[in-house]
Each structure stands twice: as structure tokens, then as C-alpha cells.
Ligand binder design. Structure first.
Ligand SMILES: C[S@@+](CC[C@H](N)C(=O)[O-])C[C@H]1O[C@@H](n2cnc3c(N)ncnc32)[C@H](O)[C@@H]1O
Length: 263
């Protein structure tokens, strides 16, 4: 398999038909949305009204987009760089009767700029890391109206003493992985007030994400038994899953909810 085939096979594993494409669940999306809604002096009504223009960055097949559509009254621009995910999002939105408020856009999130905004609320579950969490915070700041909200989930160290195997894995795959305090400091430094933050439960990794992928890996392992490079990609993803199975106490996905400072 040459390198051109790798992305194609990657998308055979991370297929649009999966429930979602990163760790997360409806309860976490709603918890973050509630944090945002209840933030600030005028509370729910104002925050709900302010969520009129919503941007979902790295929306994937729309797991969180649909939750937002069902629980807000805003219009949502859902951005991803993989068309099959957007097609699936639209199919699910239609089935849920919310397609009228969701517009999809096939583009690189790094091309978003102030002329696309301003937005009242930006959502990004497990995707700001593509730009780099801090760079993503800066990019979102210029897309938000003053006082607008950003809710983003990001993988973090949950304990300061990860075992060597765990540390080594992320040194190779995500060297920017850092702890919650460092991310909170970055959020403040990038011009936001922190509304709240919470770690997602382990079940948000297993039920909607790793379990369906593991099931898929089992099938693909048989199908591509003779294709070494595909097998190697399958085992690489299996290794990531096994790592979480063993070391979930040491790292996890944390939802950060923040507000762009008024000045
Ligand atoms: C970990 S998945 C999360 C998807 C979704 N938010 C969820 O939680 O199910 C990251 C998403 O970012 C998208 N993505 C990756 N690089 C991107 C880029 N440069 N521009 C836009 N989207 C990108 C991927 O296609 C994928 O859908």
C-alpha cells in the first residue's frame, strides 16, 4: 500500500456510518451546553438567544451537531474536511427533522477567518487539536462575537504520573498533550473567561466510539489478513484502544467551556 492509500483505508476504519468519530456522548454535549446557557449575569434567556449563530468545527458525522440542533434555536454551520461525514450528517439531520437549521461546509478548519463570523457560539468536540489546541483557541477568538461562547473538548493528562508506556505513546502520537491547568492557562491567555470544565466519563469513549470501532477492526482484520500495511494500521488503532483500556485514569477528554472577553 503506498502512502496515497493510507488515508483511504483510514476512512474505511473511521467510516461515516459509525455512531461518532471521537470520544463523546449526548450527556456531555448537553452538560457543556447547560454550562454555557447558565453562564453570566442574565442567565438562560440571554444565553439561549445569543446562541443564534453556531459554528461546529470538525463536526464529523454530526453526533454533537444534532444534539445542538435539537436543544438550541440557532442556525448551525457544520464544518469538516471529509465529504462522506457531511453527507451522513445531512442524512441524520433530515431524519431528525432539523436539517433546515444546519448548513454543512466542506473545508479546512484552518481556512476559517473573521469574515466567516461572527458566531455567538462555537462548538468543537475532539477537533481543535488539528490546529493545535492553543492555535484553535486563537482562531475561534477571531470568529466569535464579543461575549460569545466556545465549548471544546480536548484530550488532557488527568494525573501527573502516567506510566512510561503511556507517556511514550503520546510522546510519539500527540506530543502536545498537556494537563488541565496548562489548558486553562492557555484559555485565559487567549482572551477568554472560563465558564467551566469537566472530564468526560469513560463511558463516552467506549459506548459510542471505541466499542463500534473495535467491532469494525475485528472484521477488517479478517478481510485484510494478507495486507501487511492495512494490518499494521488496524493494530496501531487497536493499540490506542488497549492503551485507554489500561490507563484511562491517567488521561481523558476534558470539555472546556469559555466566553470571549468583552474587551
Ligand atoms: C476526532 S473527529 C471528531 C468528530 C466529531 N466532532 C465527533 O466528536 O464525533 C475529528 C474531526 O475533524 C475533522 N477534521 C480533521 N482535520 C480537519 C481539517 N483540517 N479541517 C476540517 N475538519 C477536519 C475530521 O474529518 C473529523 O471529522
Amino acid at each position: 500500500m503506498d502512502s496515497d492509500q493510507l488515508p483511504e483505508f483510514f476512512y474505511e476504519i473511521f467510516a461515516a456510518s459509525l455512531p461518532r468519530l471521537g470520544p463523546g456522548d449526548e450527556a456531555s454535549t448537553l452538560k457543556a451546553l447547560d454550562l454555557w446557557r447558565w453562564a453570566g449575569p442574565q442567565r438562560k434567556n440571554r444565553a439561549a438567544r445569543c446562541a443564534a449563530r453556531i459554528l461546529d468545527i470538525g463536526c464529523g458525522n454530526g453526533a454533537q451537531t444534532l444534539v445542538l440542533a435539537r436543544h438550541t434555536e440557532g442556525s448551525i454551520l457544520a464544518v469538516d474536511n471529509h465529504q462522506p461525514f457531511l453527507d451522513e450528517l445531512q442524512r441524520r439531520a433530515k431524519a431528525a427533522g432539523v436539517s433546515g437549521r444546519i448548513q454543512v461546509s466542506l473545508r479546512d478548519m484552518r481556512s476559517l477567518n473573521a469574515s466567516d463570523g461572527p458566531f455567538d457560539l462555537i462548538w468543537s468536540e475532539g477537533a481543535l487539536f488539528v490546529m493545535g489546541f492553543r492555535e484553535g483557541l486563537t482562531a475561534c477568538h477571531s470568529l466569535l462575537a464579543p461575549g460569545g461562547g466556545l465549548a471544546a473538548s480536548e484530550m488532557c493528562w488527568l494525573r501527573p504520573d502516567p506510566p512510561d508506556a503511556c507517556r511514550q505513546f503520546f510522546a510519539e502520537t500527540y506530543p502536545a498533550l498537556t494537563d488541565i491547568e496548562t489548558n486553562l492557562a492557555a484559555i485565559r491567555a487567549c482572551g477568554y473567561e472560563i465558564v467551566g470544565h469537566f472530564p468526560q466519563p469513560e463511558s463516552a469513549w467506549w459506548e459510542p466510539y471505541y466499542h463500534p470501532i473495535e467491532e469494525r477492526l475485528g472484521r477488517l482484520r479478517k478481510q485484510y489478513a494478507a495486507e501487511e500495511e492495512k494490518r499494521s494500521m488496524i493494530e496501531g488503532i487497536q493499540k490506542e484502544i488497549d492503551l485507554y483500556r489500561q490507563y484511562a485514569a491517567f488521561y481523558g477528554n476534558v470539555f472546556f467551556v469559555m466566553r470571549r472577553r468583552w474587551t
